[in-house]
Design a protein around this ligand. Structure first.
Ligand code: NAP
Length: 627
């Protein structure tokens, strides 16, 4: 049972407003862990030098094409429904706090209490919009960092640029690449410091959001029987929210324990067990070295190898902290510099550059003569990508003892096709006697029985099966619940007309609705909290503008939405050759261009600035008297 110091819903004596202290108690004390360790061995801290003569010639290009070709159409995922719905259960909280269903009205309802929700609260409250209610499916804040608690979890973006509001929080992350547990705790600290908990309904899943055009209000229904009303609705529920399972014959027959990485079950004792992991994406790469530390036998079923770059993890030094304490604005300045880094440079996160001590690494001098064409630029980027990938492949040869395992671990695709990963312990894990890489390329695991996985006629007996099979990237689930002016949901509108947004934040026909960091709004750049910062700033600006001008409702013009969506599609097509392969990011080749992540770079900032300056894209209605 949850123990609550205060009742779930109470009236604040000073303001007369309802406050919602409905946070569920954290149930499992066994949840602990850390991200990657610091590795001192200098040999592990750099990729091998590039071999002479390594060029992306016709032979290598054909090899890349073939690697991609054989994987076409193999992705087959399914939602966690029916008996698999158990994989979605929340292991991390006590039972939901009992509370009355709500049918009152507030100014703003926000879906989600991850970083986007927390930043919305911080910024909106400071701008005077504090009649806000948050609805969160989980039992606490954190979003991604609430749900993902697998051993070894860490952030791949340097923490000093990833954590928002570091100065306001007077907080210094302990490591350059922070553990997921530290990030989760940081979210809790933010919530406590800024009074967020009093505004959030936990264990509350929004399942219908409908616009009443006559009343100019949204109604928001939840799984707790609520039917609330609000002037504004903000969707802040992330892009990797819905875990998915590979569809594999016989998986329901497996007699051992099984779970998905996004709901790690710490009640299952893994020590000495025979464990199988399906998937080798960014999650598995972090979890596998930790699993190997406890497993009796570990089988890693790999369909496509990840890119394993050097991590170079470091502890934050007292000197760094001392420097930051005396440098007002340090975190914002660092975040701004980080945003200038693209591709591998962002992940390398050069400290001297980020501290403002040197120029951006690798900034090339402008050559004299005609500017290269787009095709020439792409070719030059592909050559650079090939050189990095060669070094990544050579690192595998340098570390892995068994040549067959080494060959299977080598990726043949452009850098960035599959989400690049970084680890200094992952590759050496495959030299351990109790760890086996099972190469299931190109089709993946196809058969599971009560004893475990069967592949190529070999039975792999398992006690525990871990699905590291990822998420439905930019899932449309919530968008299927939001009904606008003409009664269609956003998902229906996009199904019929293609993905249509303005700046990724608005969709015409859905007035007073904001989609924070969703399709066409984010995903193409590495630092996700950067997009959240930009979007939350924008939302605060628009609400303030409306308040100052006496507007009650905002929608966007169709022509501006069409133009933004076209720009998203063009940017996607233009940059596609650099990540030309099948992956989550392009719906395994099936997503329409521009439907998912945004690849337009700085153009988003320019168009946002234009919209703010001219107000041209907006259609406002005046606020009604007395409301
Ligand atoms: P993912 O990248 O989608 O990986 C899913 C894995 O499952 C892939 O390796 C896939 O193989 C494999 N798979 C699917 N069906 C299979 C089958 N039948 N047999 C064998 N393998 C199968 O998921 P994820 O690793 O959870 O990462 C998702 C995203 O989370 C990342 O892209 C990243 O954005 C984010 N993430 C971020 C961090 C961070 O540090 N910030 C850490 C972890 C994750 P194929 O590649 O062949 O499809």
């Amino acid at each position: 049972m949850a123990t609550q110091a205060q009742p779930a819903v109470r009236i604040d004596a000073a303001t007369g407003r309802k406050l919602f202290n409905t946070r569920a108690e954290k149930a499992s004390e066994r949840i602990a862990g850390k991200g990657y360790d610091v590795v001192d061995d200098p040999d592990k801290l750099a990729l091998p030098a590039i071999k002479r003569g390594a060029v992306f010639d016709a032979e290598e290009q054909a090899r890349y094409r073939q690697f991609n070709e054989v994987r076409k159409g193999t992705d087959d995922y399914m939602a966690m429904e029916g008996s698999f719905a158990r994989y979605l259960e929340d292991h991390y909280s006590a039972a939901p706090v009992e509370r009355d269903a709500l049918s009152d009205e507030c100014d703003i309802v926000v879906v989600g209490a991850g970083f986007a929700g927390l930043l919305l609260w911080y910024k909106l409250a400071r701008a005077g919009f504090d009649d806000i209610r948050f609805c969160e499916k989980g039992g606490d804040v954190g979003g991604t960092w609430y749900w993902n608690r697998y051993p070894g979890i860490a952030c791949d973006v340097e923490s000093y640029s990833y954590f928002p509001l570091l100065e306001e929080m007077e907080y210094y992350p302990t490591m350059k690449f922070a553990s997921g547990f530290e990030i989760f705790e940081y979210c809790q600290k933010m919530a406590e410091k800024f009074g967020f908990y009093d505004h959030c309904l936990f264990h509350t899943e929004v399942n219908a959001v409908e616009w009443d055009d006559a009343d100019e209000r949204w109604t928001i229904a939840t799984n707790r029987g609520d039917a609330m009303r609000a002037r504004f609705v903000m969707l802040a529920n992330g892009v990797l929210t819905t875990p998915r399972l590979a569809r594999i014959e016989g998986m329901e027959r497996f007699a051992g324990e099984s779970f998905h990485t996004a709901r790690w079950d710490y009640d299952i004792d893994l020590r000495g067990k025979r464990i199988g992991v399906i998937g080798t994406g960014a999650t598995a790469v972090q979890a596998i070295p930790e699993l190997a530390k406890v497993a009796g036998q570990l089988y890693v079923f790999q369909r496509t190898p990840s890119t394993i770059d050097v991590r170079d993890q470091r502890a934050t030094t007292p000197e760094q902290v001392e420097e930051w304490k005396h440098e007002p604005g340090w975190a914002k300045a660092r975040r701004t510099r980080f945003a200038q880094l693209i591709g591998r440079r962002a992940l390398q996160a050069n400290d001297d550059f980020l501290a403002g001590k040197v120029e951006a690494p690798g900034r090339r001098r402008v050559k004299e003569g005609p500017r290269p064409t787009r095709e020439e630029r792409i070719q030059s980027e592909l050559q650079a990508s090939f050189r990095i990938m060669e070094q990544i492949r050579d690192r595998i040869d340098a570390i892995i003892e068994d040549p067959k395992t080494a060959a299977a671990l080598k990726p043949y695709y452009p850098y960035g096709c599959k989400r690049p990963t970084f680890h200094d312990e992952y590759l050496p894990t495959f030299n351990l006697p109790h760890v086996t890489l099972v190469d299931v390329a190109p089709l993946g695991v196809q058969l599971i029985n009560e004893r475990g996985v069967v592949h190529d006629g070999v039975q792999y007996d398992l006690d525990v099966l871990v699905y590291a099979t990822g998420f439905d990237f930019m899932s449309r689930e919530t968008l299927g619940h939001v009904r606008g002016v003409d009664g269609r949901t956003i998902a229906q509108k996009w199904q019929e007309e293609g993905t249509r947004t303005f700046l990724g934040l608005h969709s015409n026909g859905f007035p007073n609705l904001f989609i924070v960091a969703g399709p066409q709004g984010t995903g193409g750049s590495f630092n996700f909290t950067d997009a959240i910062e930009e979007h939350t700033d924008y939302v605060v600006w628009l609400l303030t503008t409306m308040r100052d001008a006496g507007h009650g409702v905002v929608d966007v013009r169709e022509q501006d939405e069409a133009s933004w969506s076209q720009h998203c599609a063009e940017a996607d097509v233009a940059s596609a050759p650099l990540r030309d392969c099948l992956s989550n990011f392009n719906g395994y080749g099936r997503a329409e261009p521009g439907a998912l992540a945004y690849y337009g770079g700085k153009e988003a900032g320019r168009r946002r600035a234009w919209a703010k300056e001219t107000l041209e894209p907006y259609v406002f209605r005046p606020a009604r008297a007395g409301r």
